[in-house]
Design a protein around this ligand. Sequence first.
Ligand code: C2E
Ligand code: MG
Ligand code: MG
Length: 755
Amino acid sequence: MRNRDLIVALLHRLTRFWNRLRRSPVQKAFESQPTFSSVKTFESQPTFSNVHDLAECRRIEASLIDSRNRFQSLFEHMGEGVALHDLVFDDADRPINYVIQAVNPSYEAMTGFKTKAVVGKTADVAYGVAEPPYLEEYAQVALTGRAIRFESHLPPLNRHFSISAAPWGERGFATLFTDITALKRHHEQLEWLAHYDGLTRLPNRALLADRMRQVLAQTDRNQKLLAIGYLDLDGFKSVNDALGHEAGDNLLIEVANRLRDSVRGSDTVARLGGDEFVLLLAELDGIEDCERTLARLLAIIAEPYSLAEREAVIAASIGVTLYPLDHSEPDELLRHADQAMYLAKQGGGYRYHLFDPERDRRTRAQREALTRIALALKQDEFRLYYQPKVDMRQGIVIGAEALIRWQHPERGVVPPGEFLPLVEDEPELAVAIGDWVLTAALRQMDQWAQQGLRLPVSVNIAARHLQHPEFVNRVTALLEAMPDLESGQLELEILETAALEDMAVASRVIRECRQMGIDFALDDFGTGYSSLTYFKRLPVNVLKIDQSFVRDMLDDAEDFAIVSGVIGLAEAFQRVAIAEGVETVEHGLLLLQLGCDLAQGYGIARPMPAAAMPAWVRDFQPDPLWEPVRNLRWSRDDLFLLTMTVEHRRWIKQLAASLALVVMDSGALPTMDTRDCRFGRWLHGHEGQRYSEIAAFQMMSAIHQNIHELGKTLIDQHRTGQVEQARAHLLEMQELSGQLQDSLQALLMIIAKPQ
Ligand code: C2E
Ligand code: MG
Ligand code: MG
């Protein structure tokens, strides 16, 4: 048992004896003993009268004397200070004070109150205070018999005590004082160490967390900005290595002092460890305010230090995030500041970098999306759709292009444009998806072949995939696994040729694949950077004319020129041209006339699930519009007529656009001069006059004249406010335009040569 507990137990025992004695014949013997300090022995006490059982009495007496002696000895020699008190009551029997009945030497030594000065006095007098200390608590102890323990700091002594109070006597109490000052100090020291950095005496991570919580709440209230800065010294390690650890420590102390002295009292500078510090700069008025402070801090740190009798210079990098612009949790704010600090370092150090929450949000969203895409691959959520490719001249299906789709459990069918671009910078995932596509397409071809449908399939291959060292081996293995597939059934469409880093490698891969019977197409031809270089240097056999040119070729002369140019290029280099994005049968017709027989696009069929393909192939019929031109061809000179169709369409489109406006823009109007429009110039020039003997040409010339006349009328009507009439007449114009195009087609049919 510890000393204090022992005393309390003894006090209890003594009190029990006291009470028994009060009821016994020896009572009187004690009534004359006011304090323990004055009790010496029982021998001097008067003898007892009316004692019936003297032996019992002696036994009690001996036991009591023994107890008292033990207590006496303990009382006087114990290290704890003890004081015994009796409560003092007013007339209404309310405790109003207490009298100090006895104190032990330790009490005197601990508290400095002399025994003589306090014993026999009431507490207020003894201690020279207005209110007896802890009267209420002590009265509770004395009256209820329940001991208490508490700690108290006595300011005049500047010492801490643990005080136990236990009931004593009838209406008294004993207090036991233990000096816990050393313990307290030790505790405080531990507490300090738990919150401060021993070297720099700056708050450490734990206290920083505390301060951060406070200052965040404060910032929420005051609507200002709080900068959370992460500061790291540039090249601290080399100073440490060159000048030694002690100098390194001194440098850290000096940096800490400079930082502490340079910020406001309400700001916090903390050290996380090593050469990493955190700054909390509160109540900033704006970003400029923050930047000014940061620039100042950087300059202050960069001033020379004298270390190990040498002058040293060191700089710092600071990463900063601003709350509440960055409305994150404390830990995350620190992480953001840390990230920004790394960017400051990457930027060369001796600078600050502000964290950009918006950019971070985007990066995170992208990372999440990538994780989801990788999961989609794992969970087999990708599908291949197939878009038929046809030969319009022969009226047959020549194959299909495999196009990836994501069968998303919540979003439904997601097109590749929404997820493949995200994968571009993730080589592993991109190649894994590419492999999946290749495998799935080959399996599908195999399956179709077993159903009796031999359908060549083209697969889109990202440039990065093509350049993968394992690409050829992988394709070889896949083909070998499907011996039923005939060679020449697989075609690969190379995307983003600009991403081909090494033309020699790409050429070799293509050549090796072509030896296995695989065809190669340059996809989206004409859009990429230096398409022609790739076309010339890569051993591909097919050019896919990009859909953006094809789509607009009907009324955009430039796009038409590009499409017809690519067709000519393919012809000249003996390659095959295929047009994608053939949205209408008219597109098909124009392409056929230009000599491009192969096409793919919504005007023929949209991409469809694999299961729908066999029926579609079986039921395919070429469009009747293509029929008349199937067996015809034109010389390059005659094809110029097609350009004129496009020119004319553009003229009509331009006029319609102008009339649709409330106020016409004269600058945007097509020319009304019959000899000045491009069609007119051709018509009246020697190119057109070659056909002047042909009736269809003469008719065309007359219609052209009418169109211009009507055009002038429409413009006049619009100018004079008859906007509605002008717009109504536009239908008439469309009709004339149709006639003009029909006569152009008629002329084309007349001058065509058989295939
Ligand atoms: P792409 O290889 O040029 O494929 C043609 C795209 O045009 C397809 O879009 C197709 O649905 C669409 N298209 C076809 N005809 C028409 C038409 O008449 N009008 C219009 N407006 N569009 C038409 P999709 O399937 O969304 O694919 C877009 C691109 O994504 C593809 O362009 C290709 O670059 C890429 N892609 C698709 N599947 C794969 C794949 O399995 N692997 C890789 N690496 N890329 C793929
Ligand atoms: Mg393609
Ligand atoms: Mg394409």
